[in-house]
Design a protein around this ligand. Structure first.
Ligand code: ZN
Length: 495
C-alpha cells in the first residue's frame, strides 16, 4: 500500500527520478561510532594532513560522509521473528480456498524477507530511535493504536515512497524522507501507512482477490476457455494476468480512506495538520525529470588529456535509448487506481481547515535531528545503490548531487569507485549485471546515462575515470576509497 501516486515500478530496478536538491550544511557527516576500519574514515582529522606541493585548483570538502554500518545480526534476528509471525499467520487463514490464500501469503512473506536479505532495512540505531520517537508522538495521542502493534523502519532506497508491506511492517524510504521540509509531513506519511494497516486494506484486497478468482463467473469462464479449441493459452494467460494478486496495485477507495484516517490520527497529536496537504503536494512533484544529465556528463567527464566525445551521447536507433519516452500505457493500470494528488488535497482540505489551530507545530520531536537525518539520507541512498550492485543508478544519483556539491569528497571518491566497478564488469563481460539497459519505462535523462555507458569502450571507461580523479590527487589520497579508486584507474589506463 504505497503512498506514492506515481511510481509503480520495482524500486530496485526502476525509473530514476531526480532528488530535490536542498542544502543543509553542517558537520554531520562523520557517522555514529565510526572508527578507522571504515574505508571512508579520514586520516587527516588529527591535523596531520599532508598538503600537496602545489595548491590545487580544486578544493575538496573537508567533511566526508561516512555510511552507517549495518548490523547484519540484527537484520537476521528481526527477519527470524517475522518468519515466526508468518507461520502463525498461516494457521489462521480461512479454510475455504485455503491454497489460494497460502500462495498469496507465501509471496508476501518472500517479498518481506527479501527486504531484510538485501539489507534494505536500516539498522542505524540513531535513525531508528528518531523514527520510533515520531511513532510515539503519534501513538501517544491515539492510544487505540497500542492494541495493534506495528513497526516502522527506514528503507535505504532512493525511491520517494513509503509502504505498508504486511505483517505490521511500515517502510519509510530514505529517498522520501530526505525531501520533506518538516516533521508534520513525516507524521502524515506515517499516519497514512498506519491507516492502511489498521483498516486491513491489504488483507481485504487479498480476500476480494481470492473470492473473485473462485467466483462462479470466473470459474465458468476458465472452463469455457479450456473447452475451446483455439487460442487457449493466450486466453488463459490474459484472464490469469488480470487475476494475479499484486500488492502494489492500490485501490482508489483505500487511498482515500487512508488519507482521511491519517488526518483523523494526526488530529489527536500536536502536529500541524497542514503537513498532510504539503506532503501530498510534494508527492505530486517527485517524478520531475529535470536534471540535465547530458550537460553533467560533458562537464564532469571532460579533460584536456581525454576530451569528451560527442559520440558518447549518441543514441542508438536499435536500442530504446533512441526513443526514450515513458510509455504510459505500460503503467496506466496502476496509475489509474490512484486519485491524483490535487484531488487528494482537495478532499482533505476541509478536514484540515476545520481541525487545525495555531497551537499546532510543524516540528514536535526534534527538528535538529530531523534535518541531520535528511542530510545523511541523501548520501545513504546513494551508498545503498552501490552496495546493491545498481551501478547505473549510483552514477546517476552521484552526478546529480555532484552538480550541487561539486567538491564533495564522498561523491568524487564514489564516482571513481563505481566507474572502476563498471570497468571491471565490462572487462568480465557482466556489465548488464550492474547497469540497466535503456528501456521505454525509464525517464529520458536516465536513459541517456544508460546509453552513454553502453557507448563507452573499455579504454574510454578507464581514461575518463583516471582523468576525472587526477585533479583530486593527492589531495584526497587520505581517503581510502579515493586512493583505491585512483590507483585502480591508473592501473587500468596503463594496460
Ligand atoms: Zn497509500
Amino acid at each position: 500500500m504505497s503512498i506514492s501516486p506515481k511510481l509503480p515500478f520495482n524500486p530496485m530496478r526502476g525509473v530514476v527520478v531526480p532528488l530535490i536538491a536542498s542544502l543543509v550544511l553542517g558537520c554531520i557527516f562523520c557517522g555514529p561510532a565510526f572508527g578507522q576500519t571504515s574505508p571512508w574514515a579520514s586520516s587527516a582529522s588529527s591535523g596531520a594532513q599532508v598538503k600537496p606541493a602545489e595548491q590545487p585548483k580544486l578544493i575538496a570538502s573537508e567533511t566526508i560522509f561516512a555510511p552507517s554500518p549495518q548490523d547484519t545480526s540484527l537484520l537476521t534476528w528481526l527477519c527470524n521473528g517475522y518468519q515466526q509471525d508468518y507461520k502463525v499467520e498461516l494457521t489462521h487463514l480461512p479454510t475455504t480456498n485455503k491454497k489460494d490464500y497460502q500462495d498469496i501469503y507465501e509471496d508476501r512473506w518472500k517479498s518481506i524477507k527479501e527486504r531484510f536479505d538485501k539489507k534494505e532495512i536500516n539498522t542505524d540505531p540513531a535513525a531508528q530511535a528518531y523514527l520510533d520517537a515520531l511513532v510515539v508522538a503519534i501513538v501517544s495521542g491515539n492510544p487505540v493504536l497500542k492494541s495493534t502493534p506495528f513497526h516502522c523502519y527506514f528503507s535505504r532506497t532512493y525511491v520517494p515512497n513509503a509502504e505498508y508491506i504486511g505483517q505490521g511492517i511500515i517502510l519509510f524510504n530514505m529517498g522520501l524522507f530526505d525531501r520533506l521540509s518538516d516533521e508534520s509531513q513525516a507524521a502524515y506519511i506515517l499516519c497514512h501507512e498506519i491507516s492502511h494497516y489498521i483498516l486491513h486494506h491489504q488483507e481485504n484486497s487479498i480476500i476480494k482477490h481470492v473470492e473473485t478468482l473462485n467466483s462462479p463467473e470466473v470459474q465458468a469462464r476458465l472452463k469455457e476457455i479450456q473447452h475451446s479449441q483455439f487460442n487457449k493459452s493466450s486466453e488463459v494467460e490474459g484472464l490469469v494476468k488480470g487475476l494475479t494478486f499484486d500488492s502494489r496495485r492500490h485501490s482508489r477507495d483505500h487511498e482515500s480512506q487512508a488519507d482521511s484516517m491519517a488526518v483523523v490520527l494526526m488530529r489527536s497529536t500536536r502536529f500541524d495538520l497542514n503537513g498532510a496537504l504539503t506532503a501530498l503536494a510534494l508527492l505530486d512533484t517527485v517524478d520531475k525529470d529535470d536534471f540535465n544529465i547530458a550537460a553533467s556528463l560533458q562537464q564532469t567527464f571532460n579533460s584536456t588529456a581525454y576530451p569528451f566525445k560527442k559520440k558518447w551521447l549518441k543514441k542508438e536507433d536499435g536500442l530504446f535509448g533512441g526513443h526514450a519516452q515513458v510509455q504510459k500505457s505500460e503503467f496506466s493500470d496502476s496509475l489509474k487506481t490512484h486519485p491524483s494528488c490535487p484531488q487528494r488535497i482537495q478532499l482533505l482540505t476541509p478536514m484540515v481547515q476545520s481541525w487545525n489551530s495555531g497551537q499546532r507545530l510543524r516540528n514536535v520531536v526534534d527538528s535538529g535531528k530531523f534535518n541531520q537525518l535528511r542530510e545523511r539520507f541523501k548520501y545513504e541512498v546513494i551508498e545503498y545503490t552501490y552496495i546493491s550492485g545498481d551501478y547505473s543508478e549510483n552514477l546517476f544519483l552521484s552526478l546529480e548531487m555532484l552538480h550541487d556539491r561539486p567538491n564533495d569528497s564522498y561523491l568524487i571518491a564514489g564516482i571513481g569507485r563505481v566507474m572502476n566497478g563498471m570497468y571491471e564488469a565490462q572487462k568480465g563481460h557482466r556489465l548488464s549485471k550492474v547497469v540497466d539497459l535503456p528501456a521505454p519505462g525509464y525517464a529520458p535523462n536516465y536513459n541517456l546515462l544508460l546509453q552513454f555507458i553502453q557507448n563507452l569502450y573499455l579504454e574510454d571507461l578507464a581514461s575518463i575515470n583516471y582523468n576525472f580523479l587526477t585533479p583530486w590527487h593527492p589531495q584526497l589520497d587520505h581517503l581510502k576509497v579515493f586512493k583505491t579508486a585512483y590507483d585502480q584507474s591508473a592501473k587500468a589506463v596503463a594496460l
